[in-house]
Design a binder for this molecule. Structure first.
Ligand code: ACO
Length: 325
């Protein structure tokens, strides 16, 4: 009997109150940084983001999102035998944020580790969890994307700081004879590492290098649209499906222009694209599970529908996971 990994619960967490573009522009103006609601809205479609208070860490948001996912799945933390957490903003260098989450949840015993693939992290984590489940190495996996990206933003760089936000999303995957994840593809092209990166580290107790996000926005835009189209087609070809079989496209929530261009290239109706970037900006690894949870809880995504989840980001990395919900 074929084993599938099936999503049985979803959850999300966003810290504090939303910060609108206008509020952000006012705050930034105090330090001489000039931006506006019009510019942000027009170029990105973003209208607000959430910014974690000092002392709120990635594992805190992951814990809240995981609690909702476990509750909606009707699964106890004790039943989780695998935790994979995608983040580029871990609480600390080590232990992994997945281990810190395991402790907070009161789960123990199964494998727990972080995946670092920036905005593709959730696709990488889902594909990895699926391989564990299909190989019979895990039965109930918690897959999380969580970020406190505000901590790596250069708030004097208006070209990047307005684009991102903090948040977390989680899903519970269970081994089942009913599909389930149908296919996935992951890719990376390290030669493009310089177009999106945070090139700093900690050494001898000091931040070394530039510990803030830098981006060549136009190069990222062009590559993102190209690979989101190609990776969706690859996964569909792997499983013998067509673009018309997709009920909901849930791409990485970076920018509405990227989402629209992807839908256009794929030839999919924009009404089938889940868009939440306007509400929480780009939350990197958290963006896809956040969007998924919104569309599940508002009733758009229904049992049996086919979803294409897609990530793209620093590395340069990209990937897609195609599944029946
Ligand atoms: N407010 C006001 N003006 C701004 C701001 C801002 N926040 N940021 C930049 N500008 C100005 C620039 O200084 C420039 O002014 P100039 O013409 O006087 O020099 C002008 O706006 C145009 O700047 P560009 O960088 O050329 O703007 P562009 O149209 O390329 O839009 C953007 C920038 C939105 C980042 C775009 O390149 C983009 O969408 N890129 C995709 C990248 C993305 O979404 N990244 C998210 C992370 S990556 C990922 O998740 C995959």
């Amino acid at each position: 009997m074929e084993i599938f990994s099936r999503i049985v619960g979803t959850g999300r967490a966003l810290p504090g109150k939303p910060v609108t573009n206008a509020e952000l522009a006012t705050r930034l103006a105090q330090s001489g940084v000039d931006t506006s609601d019009d510019w942000i809205r027009e170029r990105t479609g973003i209208s607000q983001r959430y910014i974690a208070a000092d002392g709120v860490h990635t594992s805190d948001l992951a814990f809240e999102a995981s609690g909702h996912a476990l509750q909606s799945a009707g699964v106890s933390a004790k039943d989780i035998d695998l935790i994979i957490l995608a983040t580029s903003t871990p609480d600390m260098i080590f232990p992994s944020t997945a281990c810190l989450l395991q402790k907070k949840l009161g789960a123990s015993g199964g494998a727990a580790f972080d995946v670092q693939a920036v905005c593709s992290g959730f696709a990488y984590a889902m594909a990895t969890a699926d391989l564990f489940i299909k190989a019979g190495k895990a039965k109930t996996a918690l897959v999380v994307g969580a970020e406190v990206f505000s901590g790596i933003l250069d708030w004097s760089d208006r070209a990047t700081c307005v684009l991102f936000g903090d948040g977390a999303g989680a899903v519970v995957l269970k081994a089942d004879s009913t599909p389930g994840i149908l296919g996935h593809r992951l890719h990376a092209r390290g030669e493009f590492e310089s177009i999106l990166r945070t090139p700093g580290t900690v050494s001898h107790g000091k931040a070394v290098g530039h510990p803030f996000l830098t981006m060549d926005g136009q190069s990222v835009f062009k590559l993102a649209v190209q690979v989101l189209d190609s990776v969706a087609r690859e996964v569909l070809a792997d499983v013998g499906h067509q673009v018309s079989d997709i009920d909901w496209l849930i791409p990485h929530q970076a920018n509405v222009r990227i989402l629209s261009a992807t839908a256009k290239r794929l030839g999919i109706d924009e009404a089938k694209v889940v868009v939440t970037v306007d509400q929480h900006a780009n939350t990197s690894a958290a963006s896809v599970p956040l969007a998924l949870d919104v569309a599940v809880r508002d009733g758009r995504i229904r049992s049996g529908q086919r979803l294409m989840l897609q990530g793209v980001g620093g590395g340069f990395t990209w990937g897609a996971v195609y599944l029946q919900f």
